[in-house]
Design a protein around this ligand. Structure first.
Ligand SMILES: [Zn+2]
Length: 428
């Protein structure tokens, strides 16, 4: 359906996120921007010859913003036949298994895999993504892609010479425009896969170029042991098995968050991914630094590393957003599935309204799209998704219903810039 000029979109429920639910709501869109939002009765009939798209018994709300994933790993279940059934004794076992699988994958496969990941995101109502790309040529999959958000180029390494080469390659790419509608960011992988010196160099590069950073921090107990004590399973198994045996870092005597804080690595707006193994002091540090914590509860559960202390983060005023992480530790790339899991996992610490806000408005804000995506109000871009479940609850139960399992299959349409996105379109 081609949509041009002024169009009105109507649905039984319109959930603006930045305002209360509107029953029998409508949205007036002109040239890809929202110009009016309200009850259908007041929106319809104002223009002479306006097109009306009536979704009927449906929910219209902002698109999902998946703040952390690795779309280049979307095909992992094809590369590792029994990936979904595997259980891991520890994070180290999971990581070593993953490294082994990825060593056998030809480079060109990662581009196809990322491409498929983009289609899957669009199919489940996602409009913005924080994607980590490690195989740099795969990033070209974002050309001609309507997704917004940040493309975080990843770096890791403990060899000084190789790190210099990586730094130069990244620098050269990052001064250019990112592909498609994305903006670049920088992803130092983690404290345990980078030397402190390299981490600082990358942080300074990011600061100079004005790039947001995304870092895996405080994910596993092994990470804390390595950073604080310079020993444990990463020193005994991970480092030797990837050929880093002679480069085990010294004991720092602080937590991963404490180390980042000591060396001024974190800046306001950065994304701290996972944040599971944190003390109350770490949480105060995170709050003081003005960074987002990206929760990936399904991934944490799958690897068996515990749950992030969500209630403590909220008390401290830390902004929380959601990510699916990759198909290496999760069964789908749908943020609707992540919301449903988080609702069960965190109980009253994250009520349905808060979860929907995190999945849309806050996620878009964390990905640099404040005022553009994540809300339905005049001035925002006309970015929205439409859910058509087999039955709809009363308005008072709508948020609860939306946070229950099974919503991924209800996504019937996604509009970005006022245009319907067809994930199977050849241009994607
Ligand atoms: Zn990750």
């Amino acid at each position: 359906m081609a949509v041009a000029g002024t169009v009105i979109f109507r649905a039984r429920y319109l959930l603006p996120i930045v305002g209360p639910c509107i029953e029998n709501g409508a949205l007036r869109v002109r040239d890809g921007r929202i110009v009016d939002v309200g009850e259908a009765g007041s929106i319809l009939g104002q223009g002479d010859s306006e097109n009306v798209v009536d979704f009927g018994d449906a929910v219209l709300l902002p698109p999902m913003a998946n703040a952390h994933t690795h779309l280049e790993l979307t095909h992992l279940p094809y590369w590792d036949a029994f990936a979904a059934e595997r259980e891991y004794a520890s994070f180290t076992d999971w990581l070593l298994h993953l490294i082994g699988v990825l060593r056998g994958v030809p480079q060109e496969e990662f581009g196809f895999s990322l491409h498929d990941g983009i289609r899957r995101l669009l199919r489940c109502g996602t409009g913005a993504v924080g994607d980590i790309v490690s195989r740099l040529s795969a990033r070209n999959a974002y050309e001609n892609c309507p997704l917004r958000g940040r493309l975080f180029l990843e770096a890791l390494g403990t060899d000084a010479d190789l790190n210099r080469q990586t730094f130069d390659i990244l620098h050269k790419i990052l001064v250019d425009k990112a592909p498609g509608a994305m903006a670049y960011g920088l992803a130092p992988h983690s404290i345990y896969t980078l030397t402190l010196e390299f981490l600082q160099q990358l942080s300074m590069l990011g600061s100079r170029l004005g790039l947001v950073q995304s870092i895996h921090v405080a994910e596993s107990p092994e990470e804390t042991t390595l950073v604080r004590d310079g020993c444990g399973p990463f020193a005994e198994r991970l480092y030797p098995q990837v050929g880093w045996g002679g480069r085990i870092p010294p004991a720092r005597g602080v937590s991963p968050v404490g180390l980042l804080n000591q060396h001024d690595i974190l800046r306001p707006g950065d994304l701290l991914v996972h944040g599971v193994q944190v003390s109350s002091r770490d949480i105060a540090t995170i709050a003081g630094r003005g960074v987002y914590v990206v929760l990936c509860p399904r991934s944490n559960h799958r690897i068996g590393i515990g749950n992030a202390p969500v209630a403590d983060y909220r008390t401290a005023g830390v902004p929380l957003v959601l990510g699916t992480d990759s198909m290496a530790s999760c069964d789908s790339l749908s943020l609707w599935d992540e919301v449903a899991f988080a609702r069960q996992c965190f109980g009253d610490a994250l009520d349905p309204g808060t979860l929907l806000n995190m999945a849309t408005y806050e996620g878009a804000r964390a990905l640099g799209l404040a005022g553009e995506m994540g809300g339905l109000a005049p001035g925002y871009g006309a970015h929205f998704q439409v859910l058509q479940p087999s039955h709809l609850p009363r308005a008072g139960q709508l948020e609860d219903f939306l946070c229950s399992a099974g919503r991924t299959g209800d996504v019937k349409a996604l509009y970005l810039d006022g245009k319907p996105c067809n994930p199977s379109s050849a241009s994607l």
